[in-house]
Design a protein around this ligand. Structure first.
Ligand code: PDD
Length: 287
């Protein structure tokens, strides 16, 4: 089936969707994005994603041509038109097409470009990887220093995924100059020690994950202690468990860091339970 995608107010087959070669998203990576998961044909934590989109736009002095209501209607329309039960919606807003290449931002009369498309992933909730867990390597975090803004500058994260692939593992976790883990290429990183869940504190050096916020809230309700601080790869290797979170993987156990097993080397009870709680609660609140 040909996907129906959204481009600047129009729904059309993916093969007919066009964006200008002068679009600043294309030439300058001058754009922001969100990925929202879909379960049972409904949007997971949509308000969280849209609030972060607003923040990303504000930090870059960009505006979105669509209101919050219009964004919700558009996401629902894409889910309906593409018959998505489980999957994701990718939304991108760029600073638009000034008609030529220039480093300077165009004036406000140039409208932003909005594109969105669905990804059909029938086994998103019961992903086989959640049963075996991710194996990760660590690599230096060479991204720019405002990764709290969800920009489309994903070259280094792509290189991180390729480094993982070459090493025969599932993902890379980035480390800062002090050797401490910042986050995964496209997810937030955690370790578990007893009843404590340890994850790096919010700052400009990690993306403020929407899944992270929900998981920490649900973990607190489930009587876990939360410690927001950096941890090293060595501490992760000695932890009881590790896991990662993102809209694309929910809560994913991490069973190996730099070739060393974490805990038993199998998905642990805490990550497994948090995944269940997260899926149950988020399904209830889905839009
Ligand atoms: N990535 N950190 C980074 C660098 C990310 O790119 C993401 C999300 C996250 C998790 O954020 P959230 O819980 O809001 O999905 C953390 C998306 C899924 C992607 O690029 O595909």
């Amino acid at each position: 089936m040909t996907r129906t995608v959204y481009v600047n107010g129009t729904y059309l087959p993916e093969t007919e969707a066009k964006v200008s070669i002068f679009d600043r998203g294309f030439l300058m990576a001058d754009g922001v994005y969100e990925v929202t998961s879909v379960l049972d044909g409904k949007l997971i934590d949509f308000d969280g994603h849209m609030n972060r989109l607003k923040r990303s736009l504000r930090e870059l002095e960009m505006t979105c041509p669509l209101s919050a209501d219009e964004l919700l209607a558009m996401h629902r329309e894409l889910v309906a038109r593409n018959g998505i039960d489980q999957g994701m919606i990718y939304l991108q807003v760029t600073r638009g097409n000034p008609g030529d290449r220039s480093f300077l931002f165009p004036d406000a009369s140039v409208p932003g470009t909005v594109v969105a498309f669905t990804q059909n992933i029938p086994h998103l909730a019961d992903a086989p990887a959640a049963k075996t867990g991710f194996r990760v390597i660590t690599i230096p975090d060479l991204r720019w220093s405002r990764v709290d803004i969800k920009t489309v500058q994903l070259l280094y994260p792509s290189m991180g995924k390729m480094a993982a692939k070459k090493a025969g593992v599932d993902d890379s976790w980035f480390t800062d100059e002090a050797g401490m883990v910042t986050e995964g290429t496209s997810n937030n990183a955690y370790i578990v020690k007893g009843n404590r869940i340890i994850t790096r504190q919010l700052g400009s050096d990690i993306l403020h994950g929407i899944t992270r916020a929900a998981v920490l809230r649900l973990a607190t309700e489930a009587q876990f202690e939360i410690e927001e601080r950096p941890f090293s790869p060595a501490e992760a290797q000695q932890a009881d468990e590790a896991f990662a979170t993102a809209a694309s993987i929910f809560v994913m156990p991490v069973v190996e860091v730099d070739g060393m097993p974490v805990g038993t080397g199998k998905p642990g009870p805490v990550a497994t339970r948090l995944r269940e709680i997260y899926l149950e609660e988020m399904r209830k609140a889905a839009l």
